[in-house]
Design a protein around this ligand. Sequence first.
Ligand SMILES: [Zn+2]
Length: 186
Amino acid sequence: MQRYMINTRLLAMRICVRWQFFIALPAFCLVTRSALGGVLALQSLIVLMLAHELGHAALARYCGLQVERIELQLLQGSCVFSAPRSEIEAIIVSWGGVMAQLALFVVFEALYHGVQFSSAGSQFLYPIFAVFIAWNAISLAVNLLPIEGVDGHTAWKIVPAIRNGAFMEYVRARRAAAPVTLRARQ
Ligand SMILES: [Zn+2]
């Protein structure tokens, strides 16, 4: 039995999508009242969730951790990487997802307000904006709640880490440990 519906490689890591993810498609078709709208919304959701997990992956790599794979399931994703060696590494990696989502939110908000679309175009773009702006904002808010099971549970520990200097100490140590070739380009 095939475990994943999509199993591919991107940026030297495995990207896996479970079949349950596609349960969202009929729901999106209903909400947007069109098959095309549903497909566009689902594709946008894949991009948004992938960006979230790639954000975690990028910061995990910054911390020198090994990223094994990214998994997308029904309305939730996960980034599987080697165990953080300290709490500050877990805190830093936990910010990757929301930072990526926030970047997409800013870009799509600017596009939404800054570009005049024809009525046919806006009908076509509505499901995309709905995911990258409305869904994204709700997901960001939920993700940043300081409760078990979401990124906010670990992420907000950055406040005491900044106050007691542990965060800056770690950033300085990473910079010092960066390969000579990387430092030479700065
Ligand atoms: Zn996350």
